[in-house]
Design a protein around this ligand. Sequence first.
Ligand SMILES: *[C@@H]1O[C@H](CO)[C@@H](O)[C@H](O)[C@H]1NC(C)=O
Ligand SMILES: *[C@@H]1O[C@H](CO)[C@@H](O)[C@H](O)[C@H]1NC(C)=O
Ligand SMILES: *[C@@H]1O[C@H](CO)[C@@H](O)[C@H](O)[C@H]1NC(C)=O
Length: 600
Amino acid sequence: MKYRFSRLCGVLYLMAFVHMTTSQISPIVVSTAMGDIMGERTPFAYQDQVVSVDTTVDIFRGIPYAKPPVGDLRFAKPQPMEPWLETYDATFFRPICWQIVENNITEEQSEDCLHLNVFSPDVQGSGYPVVVHIHGGGFIQGTGNSAYHDGRPMVSLGDVVYVTMNYRLNAFGFLSTGDPEMIGNYGLWDQSLSLKWIKENIEPFGGDPNNITIIGQSAGGASVGFHLIAEQSWNYFHRGILMSGNMMAPWGLETDSEKARSDAFLVGRLAGCEDATNSQELRDCLRQVEEERLIIAANAALATTTNVIPLVPTIDGEFITDDPRHLLEQEKFKMCDVMLGNTKDDGSLVAMRAYIELIPSPDPYSDYETFLDRVARFTYTYTNDVIVNSIAQQYLDWEDFDDPDTNYFYKYIELITDEAFHCTSEHTARAYAMSGNSVYRYYYTYRRPLSVSIPRWYGVGHGYDMPYVFGHFMNPRMNSTVPYSREEKQFSLQMMSYYTNFAKTGNPNVGNEVTFPWDRFTVPGLNILEEKPDFEAIPGARAEFNAFWNYYVLRLVTYSADLSEAEHQWREEFNRWKNDDLPAWRVDFQDYQDSDQCSP
Ligand SMILES: *[C@@H]1O[C@H](CO)[C@@H](O)[C@H](O)[C@H]1NC(C)=O
Ligand SMILES: *[C@@H]1O[C@H](CO)[C@@H](O)[C@H](O)[C@H]1NC(C)=O
Ligand SMILES: *[C@@H]1O[C@H](CO)[C@@H](O)[C@H](O)[C@H]1NC(C)=O
């Protein structure tokens, strides 16, 4: 299996390098404060009508930035790596962090996974701005090693040093009992330590330690958001790009520490630590559990969840000191330039969970009752039916309401995209803009004419912007089934220019040429760039829905808090009536009817 994979890659490699004129891969060594590191100077060429590149990229894979987080370091903050004497071989990727096993991952997984990868235009150069990419995957999966995150296109076109890292995921990264025994957020501490490592060691790779931008998508975007509100990380970077995720994302943070704690004990029970009666016993027992067994237990626990993903960051009082909403309100965040936004249908990912039975359908249909049920169960801010009713009021087309065939499925995607992605991004953008920072906001709406298995209802899905921002069309490790058109390649070049320009200067318009000016997001003004091949300015897009989620619903949650309790009691009574009293009544009624019939 593995052999076939690498052979195919080899073929593609050759195909992509037909125009290659320069040398072979050659070893290259840099001297850092940690010790010498050997990587590879790798030829990189790509040529067609749209772009021509013929250069080399210096690639270093699998550099350890922390001590292996094993033994007593499991469920603990990462410890800095000790300097080494021998030249470290950074010519191959090290294992990825433990994640989903049943997904047939072919890469080796290990608890010893705290490594980073560096792509440099030229380690003999200097002063290159640095882009650090924090991968996504819901804090339960993903890796900076993947083909998806290959830095060659961005490095060669953007003239930046590009770094990816692996950080602890899933139970290893985020199990939390809510007390000091197992406080959680180990994966965020990993990221932060890697940023420190980059700040202190990137110069020998040609990078400018005073010009570092962190970028991430999905859980990576949420992570960027957490570093913006975590003073711990402030010294290690200068700007942030938050794609389809930010510190306000309701799926990215477990604000209920009791829930996190019960999840931790659930994982414990499934991993053979059912005797643990307190946090310390649980931790001591879980530290003994074999790696694979622990990840299987964690994934079994994940499978029992519906709404918020467990095993994500928590408010630990140290890394994340408070609810991000309060920190934004109090301007307790790193003052810096940010770029942020989301895709038009980011929420179709959530719809896949909410309407799991409809995934195979080419055009899913949801009636009104099912819609209300899914809104109640899969809306993050749901507390009571008043919230559901207000959501319905805001989103429904009332002129179609009386038509029994009206399809509510796409309404669900729209509202969950707003709640979980669009409006949180707006919330963050406002906080940043109103405290005087330079903010660039986007709304990504382009969908590839994909012929592959992804159904059309998925829309402009979560992550659809990634191939353009990271230049997948010229990434030798990506294997697109549908060739990129000339227009799409030009679109990608523009996107790469915006993103790397911003990374370097804080302004997406300054640096490599862009054809459409991207205006700053200000309040008022609300400028937004619609990202699609023919870029457009769409100021104030979806302002009404932003106001709905960011002001109205939040107030409603507060005002109806007592109601929730009342409703809860009412529901319990109703259920008792339905489950106990009603059947009893039916029996009585049947008796009555029967007796009636027998009467003369
Ligand atoms: C994993 O691989 C096995 C054997 O090839 C296959 O039967 C199974 O469906 C795969 N599972 C997933 C989740 O892809
Ligand atoms: C590359 O794409 C081809 C065509 O779709 C496919 O058959 C092949 O399995 C892919 N290779 C890899 C390594 O993904
Ligand atoms: C970062 O690098 C870019 C490009 O070299 C340069 O224009 C910019 O002034 C630098 N910014 C800082 C803060 O050094």
